[in-house]
Structure formats: structure tokens, C-alpha cells
Design a binder for this molecule. Structure first.
Ligand SMILES: Cc1ncc(COP(=O)(O)O)c(C=O)c1O
Length: 390
């Protein structure tokens, strides 16, 4: 008997069901769940951004395709932003507007990875990166981060994992799921490893604007020697609460861009044009909304950490320096199997979280909690957990 459906490719058959979507499905079966499992901002998109899209629709600008690499006006604004906020010297010809960061990452991986190529993932890491590598028939190689020091990069571990087949390293900072912000010093060390070993670095900088306690976001592409070795992926999703608009962008050097473009076109042709106008309004408008979102996440992070402190017989945690996610370790016996732990917590305490195993093998014994929710949701979830674990 052939295993699974003969119609499906081996590439997709290797991929297990998304634990995040599974938890969402199970949560829907239960009434009044305290929901901490989505990395999706609960705020709505700011009005001036919606207005940008409405005006484009009204003016008849949104019904056709744009250039495959995106509206040139938008790419000009992106170039200014890359210089101002990321210290990246870019030209409009080095930018592709993508369908969220996800499509940019997928196109990059498809453009760069051949079957059997190894891709190093400092882990735990965002589950979608793992799938992107597998779909390209690449091999994910997990290098654990150092949890006790705040999930920092293990540079020696990364060096030891390199083989003649290693092609690239993919990381996200600030991190999903740990909330760690890799420091400039760590990323300079990673850059050296990449240069010494001819490895590409693919970054996911989705949470670049949300950092706390003096942690600073650093873009590895700002290091001049890395010019040809980095593809940097960004998005409007988190910064401007634009999850559903599906718009992001990537930057790479001018020789690589046409190769990535060859993968981008069959995936998307171009990013949704109405969303590109919304993105233009986001970059041209006031940035106060970004500051406000950041202040809210700092407050909810503090609240979540305070509430976790009272559950210290169940969880140990590293305080996240960025993003709006954290990754406590479950220190009870039941934590050995994070998927069963999370399902039980959902059924018996009506709290929805994400099992750590979704983020690679080093994620086991953990769960991911999102603090991009109102205070009330955090309090409801922790009131229930306190009663449940008593
Ligand atoms: C690290 C990371 N990258 C990318 C995404 C998705 O980005 P986009 O909506 O821009 O495709 C997410 C969403 O959760 C994420 O956490």
C-alpha cells in the first residue's frame, strides 16, 4: 500500500498539519475561549491607511496588475524607509513588493535552494520557515539557540552544523516564537560565519518595530560586506496591523533580484494592487500608530510576565525583548508533550495557546503565548490558568 494520497507530492506529504491552525480549529469547538494562540494584531488597520486604499479603488487604480516588482512609487518610499530605519543603502531596482513577508520568503527560498541543500535554522523558529525549506526539497538543520541566556544565537553551534551542502541560514529577529532580539554583536558574528563559509542569509524582520527595554533591531544587510549575501524580508502586516492586506517586500542585490523575480511571478504575479496603495499611505502617513502599537505591546508584555510570575511552579520564562510573543518552558511532568498539554489546557481551562513542538524539535516542553491582545484577554486566560493549576 502506498502511504498517504498518491496524488500528493512527497514534498507536501512530509509536512505535518499546522499546530497553530489545529489549535484554532479546536478552539472554535469551545465557547468563550481565552485566545493567546495567534500572532495576529487584534487592532484594526489605521484609518488613513484604509483611506489610501479606498481612494485607489475610487480612482480606478486598483483593478489591474502593477509591475511585478511593485508600484515604483511604493518602492521609492520603501528605499527611503530602508535607509532611515534599517541603515540599508538600496535602489528601487533592488526591491520587490511581495504578498506579505511570507511570499517574499517563499520566493527567495525557491530561488536559492536546490533539492538536498541544507538550510540552518536557529531554533525554535517560525514554523513557516521550516515548511518553506521542505517545500523547496531542502533540508532544515536545526541549531538550538541558548535558552538560558535568552534564546541567543549559538554561533559555535552554527559553525559546527555547516557541511558542504549548507546553502543558507534563515532567522527571524525579533523572533517568533521566543521574542528574542538578536543583538548587533551576535549578527556581526553571524555575518562573519556567512562570509567565511559562502552562505546566504535570509532574514525575516516582520517585528522590526517592536522592541523593548533598550533592545535594538539590527538589519544584517546594513553591514557593507554582506551586500551580496543577504535577502532581507519585511512586511506591513505587523507594523501597521495589516495582516489581511497581504503586502510586504524584500531587498537583495541587483544580480539576485531577477532570479528571485522568476520565483515571485509564478507565485503571485504581483502583490495585490489595492494593498500596495494602502502600503503607500502607511509609509507616507504619520507613524504615530506604530508607536502606539509598540506602547500597547510593551504594556501587555509586562502584564503577561507579571501573571506568569505567579505561575512559577508551572512555567519558567525568558522575558521577550521584542515581537509580541513569548515562549515559556513548561516545567511540570506534563510539559514533556506540549501538544497534549495545550489541548488539555484548551479543553479543561478554555485557554488557547500554541504547542512549542510547532516551532521545531527544540520547541518541545514549551508553549507560545501571544500578547498582541487586549489586557482583558490576558487576565481572563491567567485567571483561568491560576484556578486550573491550583
Ligand atoms: C516571523 C513572521 N514572519 C512572517 C509572518 C507573516 O507575515 P506576512 O503576513 O507579512 O506574510 C509572521 C506572522 O505571524 C511571522 O510571525
Amino acid at each position: 500500500m502506498m502511504k498517504g494520497d498518491w496524488r500528493a507530492s512527497n514534498r507536501v506529504k512530509q509536512i505535518s498539519k499546522s499546530a497553530i491552525h489545529e489549535m484554532t480549529r479546536l478552539s472554535k469547538e469551545i465557547e468563550d475561549v481565552a485566545f493567546l494562540s495567534w500572532a495576529k494584531p487584534t487592532s484594526d488597520t489605521p484609518e488613513h491607511i484604509k483611506e489610501g486604499a479606498i481612494a485607489a479603488i475610487r480612482d480606478g487604480l486598483a483593478g489591474g496588475y502593477s509591475e511585478t516588482s511593485g508600484l515604483s512609487k511604493l518602492r521609492e518610499e520603501i528605499v527611503k524607509k530602508l535607509k532611515r530605519d534599517n541603515n540599508i543603502d538600496a535602489d528601487v531596482s533592488q526591491v520587490i513588493v511581495t504578498v506579505g513577508a511570507i511570499e517574499g520568503l517563499s520566493a527567495t527560498v525557491m530561488a536559492m535552494i536546490d533539492p538536498g541543500d541544507e538550510v540552518i535554522l536557529p531554533s525554535p523558529t517560525y514554523s513557516t520557515h521550516i515548511r518553506q525549506v521542505v517545500i523547496a526539497s531542502g533540508k532544515p538543520v536545526f541549531v538550538p539557540t541558548i535558552e538560558e541566556e535568552g534564546f541567543v544565537l549559538d554561533i559555535e553551534g552554527i559553525k559546527n552544523a555547516i557541511t558542504p551542502k549548507t546553502k543558507a541560514i534563515i532567522y527571524c529577529s525579533p523572533s517568533n516564537p521566543t521574542g528574542t532580539v538578536f543583538s548587533e554583536e551576535e549578527l556581526r558574528q553571524l555575518a562573519k560565519v556567512s562570509i567565511d563559509n559562502n552562505l546566504m542569509v535570509i532574514t525575516d524582520e516582520a517585528y522590526e518595530y517592536f522592541t523593548y527595554d533598550g533592545h535594538k533591531h539590527f538589519s544584517i544587510a546594513s553591514i557593507p560586506e554582506m551586500k551580496k549575501s543577504v535577502v532581507s524580508c519585511f512586511t506591513f502586516t505587523k507594523t501597521y496591523a495589516m495582516t489581511g492586506w497581504r503586502v510586504g517586500y524584500l531587498h537583495a542585490d541587483e544580480e539576485l533580484i531577477p532570479q528571485i523575480g522568476k520565483a515571485h511571478i509564478p507565485l503571485a504575479i504581483c502583490a495585490p494592487v489595492v494593498s500596495q496603495y494602502a502600503a503607500l499611505a502607511a509609509l507616507q502617513g504619520s507613524q504615530d500608530c506604530v508607536v502606539k502599537f509598540g506602547e500597547h505591546y510593551l504594556a501587555t508584555r509586562n502584564l503577561m510576565c507579571e501573571r506568569l510570575d505567579t505561575l512559577n511552579s508551572v512555567f519558567e520564562y525568558q522575558k521577550p525583548g521584542g515581537s509580541y510573543l513569548m515562549f515559556p518552558k513548561i516545567i511540570t511532568e506534563e510539559g514533556k508533550d506540549s501538544a497534549t498539554f495545550c489541548k488539555k489546557l484548551l479543553r479543561e481551562a478554555k485557554v488557547s495557546t500554541t504547542p512549542g513542538i510547532a516551532f521545531g524539535p527544540t520547541g518541545e516542553r514549551h508553549l507560545r503565548l501571544s500578547f498582541c491582545v487586549p489586557d482583558d484577554m490576558i487576565n481572563k486566560a491567567f485567571d483561568r490558568m491560576e484556578a486550573y493549576f491550583k
